[in-house]
Write a protein that binds this ligand. Sequence first.
Ligand SMILES: [Zn+2]
Length: 205
Amino acid sequence: MQGYIININNVKDEDLIVSILTNNNFYTTYRFYGARHSIINIGYKIDFEIETNMKSSIPRLKDVLQISYPWIMDSSKLYCWQRFLKLFYPHLKDVEEIESFYFDLLNELAHKMIKQNPKRAIIESYVKLCEHEGRLHTEYECLLCEEIILNDISLVRSFLPTHKKCSYSKSFKLSQIQELFEEKSLISFSDDEVEYLWNILLQGL
Ligand SMILES: [Zn+2]
């Protein structure tokens, strides 16, 4: 099967605990150290098998094959991708049933990043994720004072809308945020503004 590596923990010697998001599952697996293993890293898409063992509660990860991205040698794209993928671990680790939405979203994003700026592509995908989870606030009501936002709008963690005067943070035109939330487009945002949103995103999904 195929999946995305979203967390790696070192255990004894060179063994690893590897968490993998697949189409409809979340696997925590154990990889024994061995010289002939392929290199694995957070964010890598892999084809793999798991082997369950009566003696261990964690299945063994085996037959790992890396599925490369066309941009894998572009270190800035890979860096952004890995930072984003890492956020899925705390977000999904306790979810019992994983919908295929997440796997499909990452497949689509990996493809978009061939041509698009990585931070722009990731933020647009993140807005889709918020919408899917029913927490994209398109009524534009301020998180802090609960009044409707009519002009300048600021976003806080999870892209929750606030008045500029309530959160004392950087503001955007309401029309910009509407375009982002409703059309999933960052076209009217400058690179500095994208950088600002990127840093909000890194606080957690
Ligand atoms: Zn307010």
